[in-house]
Design a protein around this ligand. Structure first.
Ligand code: IPE
Ligand code: IPE
Ligand code: MG
Length: 248
């Protein structure tokens, strides 16, 4: 990862104590970014991967504990096969290429989603990077790959139902705390801030359970152009918010 020229330290106008612990991003607009430049969509995905690397470094520099990035949704299989194949090999190539730096920079990478449906070679790369970084504590980096919020909730229900069927769990014991333990995000706090680029105002099946009280920030900027100054703006906006969680 290359060192940013400016904004390496937390900008002075941001309060360290009021930073979000967990930032989630819907990295949208790669295709439009490429189209605007007369390039094929895959060029946008390539630039999008660089933008993610820069955001990860920025989160680490500024003291964000968890970053979850939406890389591929359960609905994205519906794209043309060529684009899907490109994305799968991009993920695999990037993992292989960046592993050394993630190890050195104390990044702990993990993946959420239905990983069994991914190409075997990508699964192997995922496994390798997770194992190699599991003891790192600098930042927790979660990549949502073949992730769908509904799929996640359904698989949790199925696992809980199996426990009940086997007599290991009573229906009365099922509450929000127990349910959370069956989600991919069992061991992380819910996102405090969701950022979506490219101006779309929807969740697109991302972290449906977990985002019950997340603050949402939407920018017109397309994902490949999302940089430190954009992230700075999102955090400044977040710090103006009053989070009430239903209270007064
Ligand atoms: C987001 O960019 C990346 C993925 C969904 C993998 P898009 O590919 O959705 O870009 P647009 O929305 O078509 O511009
Ligand atoms: C959401 O973007 C999924 C990812 C960023 C991986 P999409 O481009 O797939 O979402 P829609 O289709 O605009 O809702
Ligand atoms: Mg899109």
């Amino acid at each position: 990862m290359s060192q940013g020229i400016c904004l390496e330290k937390l900008p002075l106008d941001l309060e360290q104590e009021r930073l979000p612990n967990h930032v989630a991003v819907i990295m949208d607009g790669n295709g439009r970014w490429a189209k605007n430049k007369g390039l094929p969509r895959i060029a946008g995905h390539r630039r999008g991967a660089s933008a993610l690397k820069e955001l990860l470094r920025c989160c680490k520099d500024w003291g964000i504990q968890v970053l979850t990035a939406y890389a591929f949704s359960t609905e994205n299989w519906g794209r043309p096969a060529g684009e899907v194949d490109f994305l799968m090999s991009l993920f695999e190539g990037k993992l292989r290429q960046e592993l050394r730096e993630m190890v050195d920079e104390d990044v702990q990478i993990q993946f959420i989603g239905n990983l069994q449906a991914l190409p075997k070679s990508l699964q192997a790369e995922i496994e390798r990077s997770v194992v190699a970084t599991e003891h790192n504590r600098g930042i927790r980096f979660r990549v949502a790959t073949n992730y769908g919020g509904r799929q996640e909730i359904v698989q949790a229900c199925r696992a809980i139902a199996t426990q009940v069927q086997q007599g290991k769990l009573q229906p009365e014991e099922i509450d929000e705390v127990l349910f959370k333990r069956y989600l991919y995000t069992a061991d992380v706090c819910d996102p405090d801030l969701l950022i979506r680029t490219s101006g779309e105002m929807r969740l697109s099946n991302f972290l449906l359970w977990q985002m019950a009280y997340s603050e949402i920030y939407i920018t017109e900027t397309l994902w490949p152009d999302f940089d430190r100054s954009e992230f700075h703006r999102a955090l400044s906006d977040y710090q103006q918010r009053s989070r009430r969680f239903g209270k007064v």
